[in-house]
Design a protein around this ligand. Structure first.
Ligand SMILES: Cc1ncc(COP(=O)(O)O)c(C=O)c1O
Length: 412
């Protein structure tokens, strides 16, 4: 067996199952889950139609092996979207690669970028990750033979990742850095200044930046979130050196089951990534490619989807902010709320006690923030927070919020 597998941690939802194993939810309430970050708005009808048509097509259906590099139509559709959304002119052949959702690409990219033999024996390369973070980054680092290094998010600076806390000797061993903007779970969008700092560090130490941008279309401010490639061009880095952005249709178009996204950026990284993927066997089905092209070319359903999230957050956030420290995020579909101090009998609130008591008394599931972060240098930056995914329809989210308000107001 590959001994690196032993380094993988259980997924947050498995830990939640264990946490709740002996909790009896109050049967007076029907269950509401804000625990899982999976889109639940309906998939647009035109996408389902396009998928069905594509299956019937004699040359684009299931009877042929798909191309790992993607069909020219899909790559062009991705490039068209990048231009419309970010004003970028990309070469679809050299700078874009379709992937089966951003998750697998986030993982696979580490296999391409990390060289576990780069240093003297016993010295492992480093993958820098935000903390809290999307757990795939950590597993990708371990299985590529690297050590993750967790840079904490700073609640005093809109949860910006404290990249400046990474020591010089860690930067010298860093080969890959994951960043997530809009962030899961914080919803924070990285401003241009932060990108500038990361680019300078990447130039100095030679690491690759993987920019996870899968929440980019669900936002609450007037300005759409700045993309990594967009930031690069604004700073004169038109070759996108050492930068790959990853995005997907899952949240944008409510198709997490389609498994469709793409990566874009440095042609010098896309080429070996394609080579790797040819061996890995991760070509996207041609039918999925056809439907995906239609999804990237349509914006009306995305505008509608965003409006639904905006309406939902506008109702839920003020309710919850009466009883807990929580604010409308920049983007994404999560609230990253601070647990009131009285929970858990500690000076600061305990996220796990809060989640257990809320389930027992009001049958609402939230995810303890500590499960989305790691303890590093003496503290877990998620420990006093819970993540609430507002993915259900508005009425259900509002009802959950009302129950949480009552729970906090009536708990001693
Ligand atoms: C931060 C982040 N990145 C990537 C993904 C993966 O999404 P997908 O593989 O559906 O594109 C998720 C899914 O929840 C996520 O939260």
């Amino acid at each position: 067996m590959n001994s690196l597998l032993a380094r993988l941690q259980p997924y947050p939802f498995e830990r939640l199952r264990q946490l709740f194993a002996d909790v009896a939810p109050n049967p007076a309430y029907r269950p509401i889950s804000l625990g899982i970050g999976e889109p639940r708005h309906p998939t647009p009808g035109f996408l389902k139609d396009r998928l069905c048509e594509a299956i019937q097509s004699p040359d684009g259906g299931l009877a042929t092996y798909p191309a790992t590099g993607g069909t020219p139509e899909l790559k062009q559709a991705c490039a068209t979207w990048m231009e419309r959304r970010y004003g970028l002119k990309l070469d679809p052949a050299a700078q874009i690669l379709p992937v089966n959702g951003s998750r697998e690409a986030l993982f696979a990219l580490a296999q391409v970028v990390v060289d576990p033999r780069a240093f003297a024996q016993g010295t492992e390369p480093v993958v820098v990750c935000p903390n809290p973070f999307y757990q795939i980054y950590e597993g990708a680092a371990y299985l590529a033979g690297a050590q993750p290094w967790f840079a904490p998010s700073d609640p005093a600076r809109n949860f910006a990742t404290d990249w400046a806390s990474v020591p010089e000797d860690v930067w010298r061993r860093t080969q890959l850095l994951y960043t997530c903007s809009p962030g899961n779970p914080t919803g924070a969008v990285m401003p241009l200044q932060e990108w500038k700092m990361l680019f300078e560090l990447s130039d100095k130490y030679g690491f690759v930046i993987a920019s996870d941008e899968c929440y980019s279309e669900i936002y609450f401010r007037d300005e759409p979130p700045l993309g990594g490639l967009e930031a690069a061009v604004k700073l004169g880095r038109t070759d996108f050196r050492n930068l790959i952005a990853l995005t997907s249709l899952s949240k944008r178009s409510n198709v997490p089951g389609l498994r469709s996204g793409f990566v874009a950026g440095d042609a010098k990284l896309i080429k070996p990534f394609l080579l790797y993927r040819t061996y890995h066997g991760s070509a996207m089905s041609t039918t999925v490619q056809t439907a995906s092209a239609a999804a990237w070319l349509d914006e009306a359903h995305v505008v509608d989807n965003r409006a639904q999230y905006r309406a939902k957050f506008a109702e839920v956030t003020p309710l919850l902010s009466q009883v807990m420290n929580v604010a409308l995020p920049d983007a994404g579909f999560y609230l990253w709320a601070e647990v009131p101090k009285r929970f858990g009998g500690m000076e600061n609130g305990s996220d796990t006690d809060f989640a257990r008591e809320l389930l027992a008394q009001y049958n609402v599931t939230v995810l303890p923030g500590s499960y989305l972060a790691r303890e590093a240098r003496g503290f877990n930056p998620g420990a006093q927070r819970v993540r609430m995914a507002l993915v259900a329809e508005t009425a259900e989210c509002v009802e959950a919020a009302r129950r949480i308000v009552e729970f906090i107001q009536t708990s001693k």
